[in-house]
Design a protein around this ligand. Structure first.
Ligand SMILES: [Fe+2]
Length: 411
């Protein structure tokens, strides 16, 4: 009898260990929504609100309005989201993964606060809000990447984002440069990441919209696309306009040439009259830690042909802001600034400060960081904040619009 009891206890302990080992059991009977607001192509008029419900609650609904309400029936609009069970591609996937809901809200007004609640098993959620991108040419965005493997620093950096939002009401959205989690195939890691950002990257009930970029740790493309609602129709590259400024979100995890290259060139042709042209992607062309990515040979000539102003990069785990670079030399007139390179919750590395594009007018530091870019018709100011909200770097960009308009570009 004692032997049988020992055997049963051994089985229970083994199953428990395997569940811990493979990340099972982390899901999902709780009612945490893991809310996100996602911006893709037209942040002035569209936003996607995304949330989770337990696997046992397959349907949900969003109620929203430009005014705050105490009762769910008072909201002007409601919408059934697109819903799908989260699916991992990895071996030993959890069995009862939560339901993912995406409500793509269209025909929104620029610079407007939208209040919302979602309906779920325990009744309506508390009220949350988000704000669409402002009308006109003035906008402020945060940029930061690499939040994958130092959870306490990730939470600290999320708190920093919340503090920056409180200090600067014009902050409109956060561009995340990729490598959210260490194992992009593991839902349990994504679940933690979403919990951390929902709790901290907001000012009170206001959620900061996220503009997603794919990193090399997002190895499960389908899971990435489920979480971020298939940006760029699942290609993970897309373009945004903020008034007369253009922002290109690119994908270094698929071919840099071919379709993506041709799409990028057509976008850049359409931005000749843009006040500012900004690009963002994960693996750096001008790194301070690793070797240059393929972007150096494939994308940089295109950036230079169309006189891009500013490029954000991630992946290296250090902060850098280069000197203005054009045709592999410093050029104050035509040069492009490359900034990043990932410090939102991952151990930081020591950068190479002797590189010519750092030593001659740039900066590189081993420091967690988030960058804030404020642009209007004439000015673009890039400030970098360290983990204690100290300013690590401040740089004013020289506009290139006139130069761009004078330059004849041969396709
Ligand atoms: Fe990376």
């Amino acid at each position: 009898m004692l032997g049988i009891m020992r055997f049963i206890l051994l089985i229970i302990a083994t199953v428990g260990s395997l569940r811990l080992l493979f990340g099972c059991g982390a899901e999902t009977s709780d009612e945490s929504l893991r809310l996100r607001v996602i911006w893709e192509r037209d942040p002035q008029h569209e936003s996607t609100v995304s949330w989770l419900t337990p696997a046992s609650v397959p349907s949900s609904k969003i109620y929203y309005d430009t005014a705050s309400h105490a009762a769910i029936d008072d909201y002007q609009w409601q919408m059934e989201p697109e819903s799908q069970a989260i699916a991992e591609s990895r071996l030993f996937s959890q069995r009862a993964l939560p339901m993912q809901h995406h409500a793509r809200l269209l025909n929104l007004q620029p610079g407007t606060t939208y209040y919302f609640r979602v309906a779920r098993t325990k009744g309506p959620s508390e009220e949350f809000s988000f704000r669409t991108a402002p009308e006109g040419n003035r906008v402020t965005l945060l940029f930061g990447g690499d939040s994958r493997s130092d959870r306490s620093m990730r939470r600290k950096m999320n708190e920093l984002v919340a503090r920056l939002m409180q200090a600067d009401n014009e902050i409109a959205g956060l561009v995340h440069g990729g490598d959210y989690v260490a194992d992009g195939k593991n839902w349990a890691e994504w679940s933690e990441w979403l919990t951390d950002q929902e709790e901290l990257v907001r000012d009170g009930s206001r959620l900061l919209p996220i503009i997603p970029t794919r990193g090399n740790h997002e190895t499960d493309k389908e899971l990435f696309n489920q979480i971020w609602n298939r940006p760029g129709e699942g290609k993970d590259y897309f373009a945004q306009r903020y008034g007369k400024a253009g922002l290109l979100i690119l994908n270094t995890e698929e071919s840099l040439s071919g379709d993506q290259f041709q799409w990028m060139e057509s976008q850049l042709q359409g931005l000749k009259d843009a006040h500012w042209i900004i690009a963002n992607y994960h693996k750096p062309a001008y790194p301070v830690v690793k070797m240059p990515s393929a972007a150096r040979g494939i994308w940089v000539p295109l950036f230079e042909k169309y006189l891009v102003d500013l490029v954000f990069e991630s992946d290296g785990h250090a902060f850098k802001r280069t000197t203005p670079i054009f045709q592999e030399a410093k050029d104050e007139l035509r040069g492009i600034i490359y900034a990043g390179e990932g410090g939102m919750g991952v151990k930081q590395r020591t950068p190479q400060t002797s590189l010519w594009y750092i030593a001659d007018g740039g900066i590189a530091l081993k420091a967690h960081h988030v960058l804030k870019l404020r642009i209007d018709e004439q000015n673009a100011v890039l400030e970098t904040f360290g983990e204690d909200m100290q300013i690590l770097d401040s740089y004013t960009l020289r506009p290139k619009l006139a130069l761009r308009q004078q330059t004849e570009v041969k396709p």
